[in-house]
Design a protein around this ligand. Structure first.
Ligand SMILES: [Zn+2]
Ligand SMILES: [Zn+2]
Length: 264
């Protein structure tokens, strides 16, 4: 089986550029504004199986433009890795997906994440209205260690330490997606052995208290040796050209819209 994985957004919580800058055109940090791959929306991905079954991972505030830019009108389920705003604040855009698919959308997340979503967006969990005048989501509790079955995909979930909260990583065959993680518990790290393709959060070439940095990710890669590693959730110190030049073979910077063909 093969998966097609599209990274809809590969940026940090504020995006790159962040709102600001001396001229109001954005704060690019160390990123070259002339390089289109440095313009990054909030981190999100679409995973598609060969039969067309689709899973969206996270729904940040850039979701509307990400779906339009990538010509995605619908998907079968949503997985939310954790309840930080950059991963959930586009939840109202899912109303358009309800309308396109004429279905209530299953949303998989941990009990803690679902509780947070219920507190902040209780209206999306009320019974669907005809015409979907608000989003209609169906909560599906998922826990680390469990496997979700969606069409032909078996999605194994595991726990990640994001310091301020836990986040979910996922593995489907030889593909893994792990964003917003500082460290992996040992049993989660074991889930990352024998990968073909690994999408991993890499916030900075410096240090960050809640996200893995470049040195840490490269140390993981040296031990795990996936065939291909793609960085995501990249902040404004991750200039495409200068960081790419430092990466070893098999490791590359993701960018918004990159599509990965993954044999699993
Ligand atoms: Zn994030
Ligand atoms: Zn986060």
């Amino acid at each position: 089986m093969r998966l097609r994985v599209t990274l809809l957004g590969t940026g940090p919580s504020q995006g790159v550029p962040a709102v600001g800058g001396t001229d109001g055109c954005g704060n690019w940090g160390e990123c070259d504004p002339a390089e289109p791959r440095n313009r990054r929306g909030r981190t999100s991905a679409l995973i598609e199986a060969e039969d067309g079954t689709r899973l969206l991972v996270d729904c940040g505030p850039d979701l509307r433009t990400q779906l339009l830019d990538n010509r995605i009108a619908g998907f079968d389920a949503l997985l939310v890795t954790h309840a930080h705003a950059d991963h959930i604040a586009g939840i109202d855009e899912l109303r358009a997906v309800n309308r396109a698919t004429r279905r209530v959308l299953p949303i998989y997340a941990t009990e803690v994440t679902l509780k947070e979503l219920q507190d902040r967006f209780s209206y999306v969990f009320r019974p669907a209205t005809s015409g979907f005048f608000r989003p209609a989501l169906e909560a599906q509790v998922a826990a680390p260690g469990e496997t979700i079955r969606l069409g032909p995909m078996e999605i194994r979930l595991f726990d990640q330490d994001h310091v301020v909260m836990r986040s979910l990583g996922l593995r489907i065959g030889g593909f893994a997606y792990t964003t917003d993680v500082l460290t992996f518990p040992p049993e989660s790290f074991e889930q990352l052995r024998g990968l073909d393709t690994w999408v991993v959060g890499c916030m900075t070439s410096g240090t960050n208290p809640v996200h893995a940095n470049l040195d840490q990710v490269l140390a993981w890669v040296a031990e795990l040796r996936p065939r291909r590693t793609i960085l995501t959730h990249q902040g404004d110190r991750m200039d495409y050209a200068s960081i790419s030049a430092r990466l070893p073979a098999g490791v590359e910077m993701g960018f918004d819209g990159i599509a990965l063909e993954v044999p699993i």
